[in-house]
Design a protein around this ligand. Structure first.
Ligand SMILES: *Cc1c(COP(=O)(O)O)cnc(C)c1O
Ligand SMILES: [Zn+2]
Length: 409
């Protein structure tokens, strides 16, 4: 049962058949999945969704596969945490954390996009998958392709965190560490993708892959009791996630699943790699590429593929963008841990730090519902905080030493 009509150019609207292609031959615009919303509206009700297993495929009609899903059957439906302690610390009334730091199986929201990409790659008949990654995508493609018995080629910048490298190698892929930054890795992969018949999840399968991010937005609305929040703060790398959360909420409204979407969307970046935030703050529609220099490596994309659309979403929704320093990222990681017991990676530090800044600036009011997107797990980026937290107190194995060093210290 398929709800997908085909692909469509996002710029000129020209239709294309369902194929592993991603760019319009006429205007070079990106291709997007085109759904039959009339048919979807008949089949997709709140009751139908609620009756299904708690994973991202409960929104199956809005995901771009033709047959039954085959991958990521335990991914998605992560907790939406009502963050009372953190709300108090920030002085706001209704704060939530959408927590993909506990995503199955690789602890980041990339498990969502990969679930969709691999299901689609198999429908297309590929036996090999590949990706260009800033770390989390590498982990997820490597893990889920192992389960799917697909050959896997993973390309990363050579300077990634150890946790991201080990968290990829453990699944035994071909891991290629390129001496260069992500933008150089991505350029190389575009060349490789032309020559080898592989499913590059974020290149030739990208229109399908990217749709998986919508489920992050669907879940926020469902978990809030079928409503959209007033404010959502999203970390941006390539700029896809923020556009897909926005698309997801608006699809839900179009299908009558939620009331109007009055959500303001905010883009969060690190100052060391802030092409999207800079464009928003300069009120420009043009993304100026940058050379990334930040501890938030998962967000270190200097030339974001969906940057222009991410800027557009902040404008259209009445939101904004901000960026913060590496020190502020670490402070925010610690704040989330000590208030909510959630250990996020550097990207999560970016999102929370930017949220704090926007509240302090008065851009986000203190009495409206706010959702902070926590997209990855802190155990993967331990380097970022290891020198900035306490140390264990070492003692001898007896009570005297305990009291001398701990309780009477
Ligand atoms: C990839 C990634 C993002 C950003 O995603 P884009 O869709 O490229 O903007 C955010 N957080 C984490 C942890 C990521 O790995
Ligand atoms: Zn076009």
């Amino acid at each position: 049962m398929s709800y997908v009509k085909g692909l469509k150019c996002r710029e000129c609207g020209r239709p294309y058949p369902k194929q592993p292609i991603y760019v319009c031959e006429y205007c070079f615009g990106p291709l997007e999945v085109d759904y039959d919303y009339v048919k979807i509206k008949k089949d997709l009700t709140r009751e139908a969704i609620e009756s299904r297993p708690q994973n991202l495929w409960r929104y199956r009609e809005l995901l771009p596969i033709d047959g039954e899903p085959t991958d990521g059957l335990h991914s998605g439906f992560t907790p939406l945490v009502r963050a009372k302690n953190l709300g108090k610390a920030l002085g706001v009334k209704e704060l939530y954390i959408k927590d993909d730091s506990v995503s199955h199986p690789t602890f980041s929201f990339k498990d969502r996009v990969v679930a969709v990409a691999l299901s689609k790659a198999k429908e297309f008949g590929f036996d090999t998958v590949a990706c260009a990654s800033t770390g989390n995508l590498a982990n997820s493609v490597s893990a889920q392709a192992a389960v799917a018995n697909l050959k896997r080629y993973i390309f990363i910048p050579a300077d990634l965190e150890l946790g991201k490298v080990i968290g990829t190698l453990i699944y035994n892929p071909v891991l290629v560490a390129v001496e260069g930054n992500y933008d150089q890795v991505n350029r190389l992969c575009s060349e490789v993708a032309l020559k080898y018949k592989w499913a590059f999840v974020n290149i030739n399968i990208r229109p399908f892959y990217a749709e998986g991010s919508k489920t992050y937005g669907y879940e926020i609305a469902e978990q809030l009791g079928w409503r959209a929040p007033k404010h959502i703060i999203t970390p941006c790398a390539g700029g896809s996630l923020i556009t897909k959360i926005w698309k997801g909420l608006n699809e839900f409204h179009k299908l009558g699943l939620i009331d109007k979407v009055g959500t303001r969307m905010y883009a969060a970046q690190a100052t060391g790699c802030a092409p999207i935030s800079t464009a928003v703050k300069e009120n420009s529609d043009i993304i100026k590429p940058v050379k990334p220099k930040t501890i938030a490596k998962s967000l270190a994309i200097g030339n974001p593929a969906d940057g222009v659309y991410a800027v557009g979403v902040t404008k259209e929704s009445g939101g904004w963008a901000e960026d913060i320093s590496d020190d502020e990222i670490v402070e925010a990681i610690k704040l989330l841990a000590t208030t909510e017991g959630i250990f996020t990676e550097t990207a999560g530090g970016v999102t929370l730090g930017v949220t704090r800044k926007l509240i302090e600036q008065g851009r986000i009011p203190k009495d409206e519902s706010i959702v902070v997107c926590i997209t990855g797990n802190g155990l993967k980026t331990q380097e970022a905080v290891s020198e900035r937290i306490g140390k264990p107190i070492k003692i001898k194995p007896n009570l005297a030493s305990f009291e001398e060093n701990v309780t009477r210290r």
